[in-house]
Design a protein around this ligand. Structure first.
Ligand code: SF4
Length: 132
């Protein structure tokens, strides 16, 4: 069965633990800029809105990629980026209607949520989330 993160926006306190856990698991650094999940701060409404890839069925990022650097996990249905195949053309960032595929200038490649594919007990943003 295909899986995806489900965000309960009302429960988000804006603590950024999920971003830190995500960056630590994927990069070894505690840096929210390297996270695949992001918190959008709506100051006018005093709300924090977590968002990440919805692993949508259409997967426009996957179909738009000219080098097939995004594949579908047979285990979870997550759209997984193959880092060593990505050439950093950014086409997927344009194709994604939700803005959840992010280009990183340091690596010259994109990052996106893959539900912690290959990491046991993930997704770590969920288990790190104090408000669940
Ligand atoms: S940036 Fe990478 S994953 Fe995205 S479309 Fe280009 S090659 Fe594919």
């Amino acid at each position: 069965m295909a899986k995806a993160l489900n965000f309960i926006i009302e429960k988000c306190t804006g603590c950024h633990q999920c971003e830190l856990a995500c960056s630590a698991v994927h990069t070894g650094a505690f840096n929210v800029e390297l996270s695949r999940i992001r918190i959008f701060i709506m100051e006018d409404e005093n709300k924090n809105v977590p968002y990440a890839c919805l692993q949508c069925e259409e997967a426009w990022c996957m179909h738009a990629c000219p080098v097939e650097a995004i594949i579908e996990s047979t285990e979870t249905g997550a759209k997984v980026l193959l880092d060593d195949v990505c050439v950093g053309c950014k086409v997927c960032t344009i194709a994604c209607p939700y803005g959840t595929v992010v280009y990183h200038p340091d690596s010259g490649k994109v990052v996106k949520c893959d539900l912690c594919e290959g990491h046991e007990e993930g997704p770590y943003c969920v288990s790190s989330w104090p408000s669940r």
